[in-house]
Design a protein around this ligand. Structure first.
Ligand code: UD1
Ligand code: CA
Length: 453
C-alpha cells in the first residue's frame, strides 16, 4: 500500500496570522488543498494529514474528503518538529507499506513530478528516497550531504550546518518516500540535540544509513515546484507562479488573455475556447465561462455559470446563471440567484437580485430588479424599481412576456403584470395589471399659468 503523510501541524508563526498557515489561499484555494489534491490524483491508497495548530479549522475545511486526520499534541514541554509530526501517523501504516511524506506548505509541487518520483521509488525499492532540488541560493533549506561515492549520507538543516555544508546547493524538498518498517525503527532513534531543539524527520536519513540501508535521491527539474510558504512574501510569490500556470493552461486550451499577469483566474474555473479576457478580470470559485465570450475590464465573476457569446463589461456576477448571447454592463451587478436567459441585455448601473429574466428582455439603465420573475421580451425602462421590501418582509413580483415597464416605474411587490401590459412612466404600481392594459398611477399634470387675468 502507498500511504501519504501530509505534514500540516506547524504553527506558521512567520505568517503573523490568526488563520492556520495551511488555510491561507493561493489562486482561491487553501495551500494545503493542492498537496491533498495531488495525493488523491496519484491514487495513494490512504491519505493521512497531520494537523496541530488550530486543527479544528483545518479538519472542518476538508471534512467531506476521504482523509485521515491525526492530531499532533502541542503545548509546553511537548516535542516539536517534522519527525514528531510523522510519529503521530505511525499507526496508519504497516512495515510493508510505502510512506510518502509531503509538507502541506509546498503547493506548487506537480502531480506529474510526484508520479515520476513514485516510479523511481517503485523501481529502486530502497528503504528511503528523498526528492531533492538544486538551488543556486539554498538558504533556509536542509542540505543533502553525499559521500565520496555520491550516496546520500544525511541531511543537515541550515541552522545546524557548517560553512562547508552551507555551500551545498542540493537541498531537501521535504518530500520523502520510506519503507514502513525501517521508518518506524529510525523514528525511535530521533533526538532533539540540534540548534532548534526539535525532532527532525531529516535525521531519519542518517539513522537509516547507519543501519546499513541505501538512501536514494531523485532531483526535481523545476525547482520552483518546491517553494515553501513560510511568510506572506512567499505566499505572494507562489500566488504569482500559480496564476501563471493556470492562465497558461487556459491559453493552451484556446482562451485569449490580453495581459495574463493582470488577470486573476482561480484554480478550477473553466473557460471555453475563443473567449477573450481583458486586463483586470477576476474569475473566482466554482465558475464556468462558455465559448467566444468577451470579458472587459474590472469584471468579477464568482461561482457563476456563463453561456456562450456573452459580453460582460466591468460588471460583478455572483452565484448566478447567464445564458448565451447576453450582454451586460458597463457597471451591472448580478447578485446571488439571478438567471438571465438568452439574449438578455442589462446595461449601465442595473442591479438584479434573486430574479429570473426571460429571453430577450432588456433593462438598459439604472434599474433595481429584485425578487422578480420577468418573462421574455419585456422592456424595463430607466430608473425602474422593483420595490420588494417593506422593512420586515420581502415579496416577489411577476412581469409576464411582452410587457412594457416605462421609465421610473415602482412595482410594489407582490404584484402581477400580465402579458403585453403597459405601465406608464412614473407610475407607482400597487395593483395587478390585466393583459394588454395600460396602467397609469401618477397625479395628473396641471399647468398653472403665470399670467394674472
Ligand atoms: C523542512 C525540512 C528541510 C526542508 C524544508 C523544505 C526538517 C527538519 N526540515 O524545513 O530540510 O528543506 O522543510 O520545505 O524537516 N510541521 C508539522 N509539525 C511540526 C513541525 C512542522 O506538522 O511539529 C509541518 C509544517 O506544518 C510544514 C512542514 O511540516 O508543513 C515543514 O515544517 P517547517 O517548519 O516549515 O520546516 P522547514 O523549516 O521549512
Ligand atoms: Ca517550510
Amino acid at each position: 500500500m502507498n500511504v501519504s503523510m501530509i505534514l500540516a501541524a506547524g504553527e506558521g508563526t512567520r505568517m503573523k496570522s490568526k488563520c492556520p498557515k495551511v488555510l491561507h489561499k493561493i489562486a482561491g484555494k487553501p495551500i494545503l488543498s493542492y498537496v491533498v489534491n495531488i495525493c488523491q490524483e496519484v491514487r495513494m491508497d490512504k491519505n493521512v494529514v497531520i494537523v496541530g495548530h488550530k486543527s479544528d479549522q483545518v479538519v472542518d475545511y476538508f471534512k467531506d474528503q476521504d482523509l485521515v486526520f491525526k492530531k499532533q499534541p502541542t503545548g509546553q514541554g511537548v516535542p516539536y518538529g517534522t519527525g514528531f509530526a510523522v510519529m503521530q501517523g505511525q499507526e496508519e501504516f504497516s512495515d510493508e507499506d510505502m510512506v510518502y511524506v509531503l509538507t502541506g506548505d509546498t503547493p506548487l509541487i506537480k502531480e506529474e513530478t510526484l508520479r515520476k518520483f513514485m516510479d523511481y521509488v517503485d523501481y529502486h525499492q530502497q528503504a528511503a528516497c528523498v526528492l531533492t532540488a538544486i538551488l543556486p541560493k539554498p538558504y533556509g533549506y536542509g542540505r543533502i550531504v553525499r559521500g565520496d561515492d555520491s550516496n546520500i549520507l544525511h541531511i543537515v538543516e541550515e541552522k545546524d550546518a557548517s560553512v562547508r555544508e552551507r555551500a551545498i546547493t542540493e537541498v531537501n524538498t521535504g518530500i520523502f518516500a520510506f519503507q514502513g518498517g525501517p521508518l518506524k525503527a529510525a523514528l525511535k532513534e530521533l533526538d532533539s540535540n540540534n540548534s532548534q531543539g526539535e525532532l527532525y524527520l531529516t535525521d531519519v536519513i542518517h539513522h537509516l544509513v547507519e543501519a546499513g540501508y541505501q538512501v536514494g535521491g531523485f532531483t526535481l527539474n523545476d525547482e520552483r515546484e518546491m517553494l515553501g510558504i513560510n511568510s506572506r512574501a512567499q505566499l505572494a510569490v507562489c500566488e504569482g507562479i500559480m496564476r501563471e500556470r493556470i492562465n497558461e493552461a487556459h491559453m493552451l486550451n484556446g482562451v485569449t488573455f490580453l495581459d495574463p499577469s493582470s488577470t486573476l483566474v482561480e484554480y478550477g474555473v473553466k473557460i471555453g475556447q475563443d473567449t477573450v479576457i481583458y486586463p483586470g478580470a477576476i474569475l473566482q470559485g466554482d465558475s464556468e465561462i462558455g465559448q467566444a465570450c468577451t470579458i472587459y475590464g474590472n469584471s468579477r465573476i464568482v461561482d457563476s455559470k456563463i453561456g456562450n457569446n456573452v459580453t460582460i463589461d466591468n460588471s460583478l456576477i455572483e452565484k448566478s446563471v447567464v445564458e448565451d448571447g447576453v450582454s451586460m454592463g458597463p457597471y451591472a451587478h448580478l447578485r446571488p440567484n439571478s438567471h438571465l436567459e438568452e439574449d438578455v441585455h442589462i446595461g449601465n448601473f442595473v442591479e438584479v437580485k434573486n430574479a429570473h429574466l426571460g429571453q430577450g428582455t432588456k433593462a438598459g439603465h439604472l434599474a433595481y430588479i429584485g425578487d422578480a420573475d420577468v418573462g421574455a421580451g419585456v422592456n424595463i425602462g430607466c430608473g425602474v424599481i422593483f420595490v420588494n421590501y417593506n422593512g420586515k418582509e420581502k415579496f416577489r413580483s411577476t412581469v409576464k412576456d411582452g410587457a412594457f415597464v416605462g421609465s421610473n416605474v415602482n412595482l410594489v411587490a407582490p404584484v402581477v403584470i400580465e402579458e403585453e401590459a403597459y405601465l406608464a412612466a412614473g407610475s407607482t404600481i400597487t395593483k395587478d395589471v390585466p393583459s394588454g392594459d395600460l396602467a397609469i398611477a401618477r397625479s395628473q399634470q396641471k399647468n398653472i399659468s403665470k399670467k394674472m387675468d
